[in-house]
Design a binder for this molecule. Sequence first.
Ligand SMILES: Cc1cc2nc3c(=O)[nH]c(=O)nc-3n(C[C@H](O)[C@H](O)[C@H](O)COP(=O)(O)OP(=O)(O)OC[C@H]3O[C@@H](n4cnc5c(N)ncnc54)[C@H](O)[C@@H]3O)c2cc1C
Length: 348
Amino acid sequence: MVVVGAGIVGAATAYELTRLGARVTIVEQDVPAAGATGSSFGWVGRHGRWPGGAADLRDHVLPQWRRLEQEVPGVRVRWSGSLSWPPGHHPVGEPPEADADLLGAAEVRTLEPALRRPPEAAVHVPGDAAVDAGAVTRALVAAAVAGGARLLTGVEARLDVSPGGARVLGVATDRGPIAADHVVVAAGAGTRVLCAAAGVDVPVAASPATLLRFRAPSARAPSGRLRAVLSCPELEVRADGDGSLLVSAADGDPSPAHLDALATATAARIRATLRGTDDLRLEAATVGPRPMPADGAPIVGPAPGVAGLFVVVAHSGVCLAPVLGREVAREVVTGAESALLRRCRFGR
Ligand SMILES: Cc1cc2nc3c(=O)[nH]c(=O)nc-3n(C[C@H](O)[C@H](O)[C@H](O)COP(=O)(O)OP(=O)(O)OC[C@H]3O[C@@H](n4cnc5c(N)ncnc54)[C@H](O)[C@@H]3O)c2cc1C
């Protein structure tokens, strides 16, 4: 089998396939986590919108992350919880849901002493978490390789199909063809172009977003340390455990002038929000091509009309990678349809 793409979704799928005994070749045009994954904020939880078939996967996000953390060396999860305001900012995972609490200003202050001006009300989800999506991806690829998978990096794949296009034969690469009965495309925002060449339309586009990493030496002091993933209308920020603060910005203009302006404005918002951040320094700003299906829901399943070709692409791919990897691998290896993926198919 071939898995195209070593972002977090391809890495999780390749890992699960090897666990089920499949012989897997991972083909990555760059290096693992070079795509959206390497710029991800890495918030893992039930927050945000879960359109269509994504809603069926939502309850599996945290349990599947717990499983991977136990199973795979190098997969580390920061079980930090999350704090968002105003209530209603994130429609899911909020009271009266059992896993979320509505806190008043005094409770928020106790929970996050680093906040300069605690909001009057905020939603706390203690079970939420954050991951370094790049590190997790490399750990999953390493586990797949330890389980027998072959990894090709710096190799672009093109789909190789039978005359008439009814069946996939493998992939073509500059290093020669790789024959396979099954090809799983996990190419993120590159999925549409890759599949179009085989006559398959996958309605997914790149929605670029920016990850900013700041170093804030004083934010390591216990009094100033940010604990939870914080989400409010001005800012989505979390600590990275080493004195860094990570910020996710939906804005994805990669021009240097724009990134400079974004960094300056973001730094001002962090200083206004958190204590101990006067010595803030930008370390990096990277733009990642978030794969965004046209209707927002994951597209997962056999490609119509091309036997052996399987596609897996989703927004919130970090949240979903463990559950998608498991379900896709089971389906590809056993042929039994996953009930969880029923509403994620082509032509839903
Ligand atoms: C700033 C930012 C913040 C985010 N925050 C969150 C968050 O908090 N929580 C969350 O769940 N999600 C978040 N996301 C989204 C999440 O990161 C993505 O949904 C996820 O990383 C997608 O993973 P993927 O493996 O599908 O795609 P990618 O990581 O893009 O991987 C696709 C891989 O395929 C390779 N590839 C493409 N075409 C080919 C080809 N022809 N041959 C070989 N290789 C190919 C690419 O090089 C790439 O490595 C965020 C994204 C960004 C940018």
